[in-house]
Ligand binder design. Structure first.
Ligand code: HAM
Length: 425
């Protein structure tokens, strides 16, 4: 017999886990709607060149983590490592910048793929929920995006959030900072990791993101971006921070935050959380401002800001923070049919209840009362509805509350009403 393995870095979600992921996504969809976002769906794969261009030739995502391959016609295809670039491509392909009001406010949910080394909360296929605000004309767009992320996490059930913010400034500020970093690392780079050596040549800002312990010690002494921000960049950041202060959003400025994608300018941010047991899965969400991405993929220059949450990380942390609130697979009622000859009638009642919006189920096998109650309990049914010869003859069902064990007869005529009332209690 073949033995098919789950692919490295992938996972199966089922029952409670799958349900809770769906719950998280539906909450995020609802919140994004309340901020005026409309959904956009884009393909899971695009031309490799799109991601190489947008994420940045020097980013880890492009140099190490691309899930790319040649299709049967020899096209270089890549499973998307993130959704932002595909959304930009779609805006250009469909000329949304010319046909819809600016800023475009787009939300999305879907899988992303990165060939990373798997670990807790890090997968090769994972899901992101994100928003993009394209055609932003004010720091308020940035503030709104950061607040959307912060408030969403609170609504999802995070008791507090570590929000890290930094500004990587405009082009001029970044160039000045790059020069300063080059000078600083010039005589240290020899002793740093091979990745940093490469980053030194291609994009010294990336060095700040190095996870190697010894390198981090050296990085601690590096010049700070904040000292190289020009007046405009400083003012832009301060305007955003002022709004966050006014809105009671707590944050910390993290000078080392540069993000793993190359398209950002000005403000960048990440949301983190550490549980009471010390579980921390890295950022649960992240984003930033970007000025040139749309132009780089063939559209007009429109300043933008966006963020994406890692849905698996949200799920893992929420499960640990608040298991009580975790979504449960459950039923309003489980129908128990006594006597094989009554199955059709009970099935018909089951359908009527479903058509009235109840979550109900039954077995089509003739099971004993005891076995049926066990199933009802395992399925987390709130009520059991018992129907046998006697009940059918009298047009009633026996309704048993599986929590209190109280039982009563209910006429078929009143069943929908009675169930409705009892489920509200
Ligand atoms: P990112 O920081 O690369 O940003 O990813 C966003 C979030 O996706 C992370 O904070 C993390 O929660 C989750 N994530 C990333 N990689 C993995 C992985 N291998 N396994 C599980 N979760 C992961 C972006 O992707 C940008 N597109 C965000 C953005 C939108 N910036 C502007 N607009």
């Amino acid at each position: 017999m073949a033995n098919y393995q789950l692919q490295r870095g992938t996972y199966d979600a089922y029952y409670e886990d799958a349900l809770n992921i769906e719950k998280i996504v539906s909450i995020l969809k609802r919140i994004s709607k309340s901020y005026g976002y409309a959904p956009i769906h884009t393909p899971m794969y695009e031309q490799t060149a799109l991601f190489a261009r947008s994420a940045g030739e020097t980013s880890d995502i492009v140099t190490k983590e691309m899930f790319n391959f040649l299709d049967k016609s020899g096209r270089d295809i890549c499973l998307r490592p993130e959704l932002t670039a595909g959304v930009m491509r779609a805006i250009v392909t469909n000329k949304l910048y010319a046909t819809k009001d600016l800023p475009l406010k787009l939300s999305y949910y879907g899988s992303a793929f990165r060939y990373e080394r798997p670990q807790a909360g890090r997968y090769r296929q994972f899901n992101q929920f994100g928003i993009e605000n394209v055609g932003a004309t004010s720091y308020l767009n940035d503030a709104e995006t950061i607040i959307f992320g912060y408030n969403s996490l609170r609504i999802l059930g995070f008791p507090h959030i570590i929000l890290k913010i930094n500004s990587i400034g405009d082009e001029e500020s970044r160039n000045a900072y790059r020069t300063a970093l080059k000078e600083f690392f010039q005589n240290k780079i020899e002793n740093m990791c091979p990745d940093c050596k490469r980053r030194f040549e291609t994009n010294p800002l990336r060095i700040l993101d190095c996870k190697v312990k010894e390198d981090q010690e050296i990085i601690k002494g590096a010049p700070k971006m904040s000292d190289y921000l020009n007046e405009q960049s400083k003012e832009y950041l301060n305007n955003i921070l002022k709004v966050l202060d006014e809105q009671g959003v707590e944050y910390e400025i993290d000078d080392t935050l540069v993000r793993g994608l190359d398209y950002y300018s000005h403000v960048v941010f990440e949301y983190h959380f550490i549980t009471e047991n010390g579980t921390s899965l890295g950022a649960v969400g992240a984003g930033g401002h970007y000025d040139n991405l749309l132009r780089e993929v063939g559209g007009p220059q429109l300043s933008s800001v966006g963020l994406a949450f890692g849905v698996e990380r949200l799920n893992l942390l929420l499960k640990e923070i608040n298991p009580e609130e975790y979504a449960k697979v459950e039923l309003d009622a489980y129908l128990i049919c006594l006597g094989k000859e009554n199955l059709d009638k009970v099935f018909s009642l089951c359908t009527t209840l479903r058509n009235n919006g109840f979550n109900v189920d039954m077995s089509f096998e003739n099971k004993s009362m005891g076995a049926s109650f066990k199933i009802a309990t395992r399925k987390n049914a709130k009520f059991a509805l018992i129907i046998g010869e006697n009940e059918i003859a009298n047009n009633i069902v026996k309704l048993k509350d599986l929590n209190t064990q109280e039982q009563c007869d209910v006429s078929l005529e009143n069943l929908v009403e009675v169930l409705d009332e009892k489920l509200v209690d």
